[in-house]
Design a protein around this ligand. Structure first.
Ligand code: CP3
Length: 347
């Protein structure tokens, strides 16, 4: 990876080289906090129309790169493109979040069909191709998918929830049936990610936003095992492409997650102590994180102080600066500029 694109400084920590200052990108760096995003979003109509229109998805991916010069761009799409492409129509009601007709048991699984995903996945892959042509050479391109567990919480619940109860209870009631759903999502995710690599993605991230709601045995079966399968099968085809996991809310399981899944990097949420991030990085895995997104809303000297603290704690270790979760819409764009300049000031 380093050999192929030495100009992409984002990739250096994945070859074991710490960088000072560290590379930086921010989860949800494209989005509603940017006026130019809101303009394109209005032009696109629905949110998924934006994801499926390569010209517009490319434009919104590039917006934060132009403004802030991040070291990596992340493909603009959504984790729910996978169930949508599988045949479970996803709608985004204005101001309400995603809505799906829930899949509640094995009897509904015939509504999902991996062989049907081509047309919609191809639109996303076309965006990746366009991005690789339009991005500056030094900017890495991150592709992504949702982890099977987190995607399943929406597939089964039909919407976001605070406790993921619908998926958790199906998994207890009928583990063999729930395994079939997870296996379908594993297969679709591997196809989706592989196409992104073929189209030009340099790095992949797997978002497991709801990993933290599971008991230890359930975490092993529904977070670690499916992620390990995806990592193994994608790496068999593309050994040079680093994969970052994001098991949000799972600090206590961080080391086990890293060892058993085979990820190259791990994104750490805001509540993860810097000492835990240091520990994984000292053992050779890239740690990514973990500034509080609300500190980016607040800004000022409190923001500067914490940026300095995180940077110095991770100095000399394989590390990528990021937030602990996505940018929130209330974030003043000038605070993002302030963060990037502060981070890149003479170390
Ligand atoms: O990071 C990026 O800039 C890339 C784009 C990206 C989006 N969603 C765009 C988006 C990524 C990586 C995601 C991942 C995603 N989507 C996750 C995992 C990460 C996380 O945040 O926990 C999840 C759980 C989803 C599902 C999802 N998408 C929800 C629950 C919502 C509604 C809530 C909200 O913030 O509006 C979305 C919509 C969504 N995805 C928006 C964006 C920019 C806002 C939609 C809009 O513009 O109206």
């Amino acid at each position: 990876m380093d050999g192929e694109h030495p100009e992409r400084k984002f990739l250096a920590p994945f070859t074991g080289k710490p960088m000072a200052p560290p590379p930086v990108w921010l989860m949800r760096q494209a989005g509603r906090y940017l006026p130019e995003y809101r303009q394109v979003r209005a032009e696109a109509g629905g949110f998924l129309d934006l994801c499926y229109t390569p010209r517009l998805a490319t434009e919104v991916t590039l917006q934060p790169i132009r403004r802030f010069g991040f070291d990596a761009a992340i493909l603009f799409s959504d984790i729910l493109v996978v169930p949508d492409a599988l045949g479970q129509a996803v709608r985004f009601a204005e101001g309400e979040g995603p809505r799906l007709d829930p899949i509640r048991g094995v009897e509904d699984l015939n509504r999902l069909d991996v062989s049907r995903t081509g047309p919609k996945f191809s639109l996303v892959w076309e965006t990746v191709e366009r991005l690789r042509q339009e991005l500056p050479q030094e900017t890495a391109l991150i592709g992504f998918c949702g982890a099977p567990w987190t995607v399943a919480t929406y597939v089964v619940g039909g919407r976001g929830s605070t406790d993921q109860a619908a998926a958790r209870t199906w998994a207890y009631r009928d583990p063999a049936g729930f395994q079939q759903l997870i296996d379908t999502l594993v297969d679709a995710s591997i196809a989706y990610l592989s196409g992104q690599v073929e189209a030009g993605a340099d790095v992949l991230q797997i978002f497991d936003s709801w990993a933290g709601s599971l008991a230890e045995d359930q975490f092993t079966r529904w977070v670690i095992e499916p992620t390990a399968k995806i990592v193994m099968r994608v790496k068999a085809r593309y050994p040079h492409v680093p994969i970052i996991g994001f098991p949000r809310g799972s600090t206590a399981e961080l080391q086990r997650f890293v060892e058993l899944t085979g990820v190259d990097g791990v994104s750490c949420d805001t509540s993860c102590p810097l000492s835990a991030m240091q520990k994984v990085a000292e053992r050779g895995t890239v740690a990514q994180g973990n500034l509080d997104p609300l500190l980016l809303v607040e800004g000022g000297s409190a923001l500067d102080r914490r940026v300095d603290e995180i940077r110095s704690a991770m100095n000399g270790l394989p590390f990528v600066f990021n937030l602990g979760h996505g940018i929130v819409p209330e974030t003043p764009p000038e605070n993002v500029g302030r963060l990037v300049s502060r981070l890149r000031e003479a170390v």
